[in-house]
Design a protein. Sequence first.
Lengths: 582, 686
Amino acid sequence: MDLFTVEVLQKLLLGAAEEMGITLIRTAYSPNIKERRDASAAVFDPDGQVIAQAAHIPMHLSSMMELPRVLLDAYPRASWRPGDMFIANDPYVGAGSHLNDIAILAPVFVDGRLIGFVANTAHHADVGGRVPGSESGDSTSIFQDGVRLPVARIVSRGHVDDGLLRTILLNSRTPEERIGDLNAQLAANRAGAQRLQAICRQYGPDLLRQSMREILDYTERRTRQGIGKMPDGIFEGEGFCDDDGLSARPVRLRVAVHVRGDEIVLDFSGSDPQVPGAKNVPTVSLLATVYYVLKAVIDPDIPPNAGYYRAITVRAPSGSVLNPVPPAAVAARFTTCQKVADVILSAFARSVPERVVAHCHGGTLAIYSGVNPRNGEFFVDYEVYAGGSGARATKDGMDGIANHTTNTSNLPIEALESEFPLLVDRYELVPDSGGPGKFRGGLSIVREVRGLGRDLTVGGWGCDHRIPARGLFGGGEGVPGGFHLVGADGEVRQTVRSTVPAVSLRAGDWLRICTSGGGGFGDPLERDPALVSRDLLAGKISPPAAESIYGVVLRAGEIDIDATERLRARRRELCSASKREP
Amino acid sequence: MTYRIGVDVGGTFTDLVALEEKSGRVHLVKRPTTPHDQSEGVAEGLASLLALQGIPETAVVYLGHGTTVCINSVLERKGARTGLITTWGMRDLLELRRQIRQDLYDLQADKPEPLVPRHLRFEVPERTLFDGTVLQPLSLEDTRDAVERLVRDGISALAVFFLHSYVNPSHERAVRDLMARHYPNVYLSISSEVLPEFREFERLSTTVLNAYVGPVMERYLTRLEERVQGLNLHVRPYILQSNGGVATVSQAKERPVFTMASGPTAGVAGAVFVAQEAGYDRIITFDMGGTSTDVCLVEKGTPMVAAQKEYHGYPVKGAMLDVHSVGAGGGSRAWVDTGGFLRVGPESAGAVPGPACYGRGGSAPTVTDANVILGRLNPAYFLGGAIRLDPALAREAVEKALCRRPGLSLADAAVGVLTVVNAHMASAIRLISVERGHDPRQFTLVAYGGAGPMHAVAVARQLQIPRVLVPPSPGVLCALGVVVADVKAEFSRTWIRKTDSVGPMDAAEIFEDLETQAKEWAARGGLPVDELRLSRSADMRYVRQNHELTVSLGSRVAPGDLNRKFHRLHQRVFGHSSPAEATELVTLRLAARIPIPRPKLEIPREATARLADALKATRQVYFQETGDFVDCPVYDRSKLPTDMPIGGPAIVEQLDCTTVIEPGQRAMADRLGNLVITLGEPAGAT
């Protein structure tokens, strides 16, 4: 067979996945999907292997890889018919990464022959459960997380199962939004199926089938080539999540990365047992995190399909926080995943330091709810705030940016204030919040919000609020964030970190949310004084920090080079004993 | 006799056409572009065009100009030292952007550097709410202090951005008045004047970019006007904007940010005109150059419009032609990746060292090298012979870099390069057609740019586009685009309301206000206000959606009518609609246009009577359909007889491009010198 045709088909199949993703994002109702792009679409071969995926955020890499198997387990092959679609969200059957992610899968036929599958998954803002948003870190069982959907036929020969649909809607606090999003998901699958059928008709089913195999082999070859170029060895990483969702007990995460030849094994033994709160990570999410980090470290350009997965083995002991058994709650698995990414990168820092970043701010979520005095309706506003990314071997971390497995855009203040009774007073970078280093960690942000009119409720969580983002090779920690309730008098009444159960935001009070700074890279005393002076001019670090942290002496606003050299030499002598490992 | 002159400044050449109004005859002059000051090349070109054609200065009645000054100053980061005055608490908005990273997996990537550094961004106490209520009045004293410090720090441009100024611009206007009184020499860009629409980051970015390029564009246009006057021409130049229309010099100085895509727009405008003259008004433009390819879909003579574009990482909001760009062209490098697949681009050999066959030290094979190997490009007649191509170097480069698969012949590898690059092109066109609800089978592909006509038929074949039109010359096309464009501007205001709650007269006041703005704009530019044609539209969405579609409006705003139009549009664009759902109005828009009379078009050629007289040579050319090199006739474009069919395979050569016609296809030169290729079933296809 002609290999160039395979290349063209690879592009076409990816195009089909992308078209589904675009359809989904553009037609969806909820900001979660439209603005946060918390959705993904994929095309599979007839064996159920992922061939092409449009993952708009890495958290969705592989999130659908098990769907065809899940379908086969529940419905015999002979019962699938053209025009059928199946819906699922239960992490414990492998259908998704938490209940909010609802996936819809469609087998695709041409002339009665199964030519593959298309599927998409989207984060639904509320799927029932204990709390609005269905994502509370302090849930203790998956039954508190929301409605569980095993795999179920939602469309039969083109006809939507009304009973099932209404059951799902009844279990959500925001059914109008759900129906809009589900319709968008169905439309996306229809578009994807049509594209796959058109491709099949143009190239023929046999050529398509054979090309799909070639595409997977190709990806596997590339992945293995990339791994083969990395140093062999066993590299370990360790880190801690702020808490387990219920108490302030830190959660230990450990990985040993075994690189041997063209294979990688990640062994998470030594990580803590599963936790009582909702911060457990189901397998699908652990794999997504691993695939994200490896793609970034091995080759950002590798297509994320089943061929890529072949060269990677992941082990996590059953019953651990990274492989929980039912009925452990998993709704807030995201914060744990972000730290898993940091931990794997720390391990790789020992073998390929030029390709990694120091620990990053994992993200901060705030959910505002209450009655909108403008129309008397109950509202929920769901916002994710960015923070600092970790510094790198040759440059600073990025300031105020979404990190790792997510890439959530902010909700424009003007859109937010037009829709909700909220007022944003401040949205700025926090000086001195980046971990010091030869290269500085990214700065965190501060967001100050006031409720207008009536009392509101605020919940959410933040990463790295108790245990700061670590630096690498002598780089310092980022400044941890927190939620601060401020009275009208300007006094802080209450500070909550990490997991924020519903707190009341009284009319006239303020909420000051600080995210966390990223870790630094290398010894701060080695930082180029010109970079220190650039940060000073920009107000990203303060004059006292320039001297106390970076050993840079200023005279009338200018760097005194000699005094700086002397001060740095003195400092080095003092702390030469306590040089840290990454 | 009277003439209209169009000037398009490209990266390498400045193209000028003079169009004689009565006969429609077109004359072309090509001059090297003068990058240090584009107006120098423009003036030289004008002088020689007038001299060569014996055109008296007084006979020139119109001068249109497409320029890359704006986009270059952003690319090279040579814009003005710019300051920002903004709402208290919002100093870092410009830097925080939408908080997302551009590349999900590249851990070494960075955000684009903000165009205003942090120490030149000042916040002042003031706050307006979403409904226009002032929560905190503007502190003029703090504003004056901030401006003084910025001026001391050497700014020559100032951007002013306050939250919700699209509803209530009074605070921004107060700053404007203060600047006019105290610092009239600082270039001023006010968000509520540049783009009175909600969503702060995009408005801020557009306003800042406008300030950043403002002084550069002001100086350039002043010089241009002086040079034009120096030539004794009594016309004032019109500048092509990204929206496909022109504006006067003074208007372009006010909102230079909207000329950012002047370059690619010229080609589209020219293609639309030429294709319409030839009888085709549904076209897809295909402009394939050395490093990138631009495509744009044109429905019934109207190019599709995008609401937002990013230039080198900086978003600009505002209606502009939806020209989609892909990073692949004739100079794109071909390479084998670690998995063994052949890849083309995104790296390009550029002009230096250029493709391997240029013999300037480039050793990586490019698309151009593949074309040379397959006999499609004539090594002795590239750019009319200006550059001699060396096929041996092309072969060596392809052999070394690509022929590592066992049994892969040189021709196979070269065909592979074309297959892959054509797939890139096809997916770009698919994105702007199929994925937006347009069927490419109903369109004509209009191919131009140095490499467009060489790849057009293969790309068209993949998408089942039935027809390819190759305009007479890429240079003529872009310069023509500037001559035939109407004067255009858009005025908008965000105005969020549930559609059903809007009474017939509610929006009238806003539209009246926008109309006044349009008239004032025309008057400031010295344009005939009574010739203004105004059309209204509104951005709408379902309540809770965060994504709008633009619906055109009549003179009255009736909710039932609006809803019907919106549901229908939603159905067409997204494949479904929910007629039971409530909708809302988001932004009201008024498009203002002053039509330029459509000129006739007559492009002089030395057409011969018989096809045989246009035959230059016969050479061996490889076609995938034949699976081998075959004898292929090569024709001289300028001599092709009018309306006489040419059967493929055939190559048609001209100074600035080469057209490939595949076996089984038929081509014909029309009266204007367009080459129209009809795609049949390729020979040997099953």
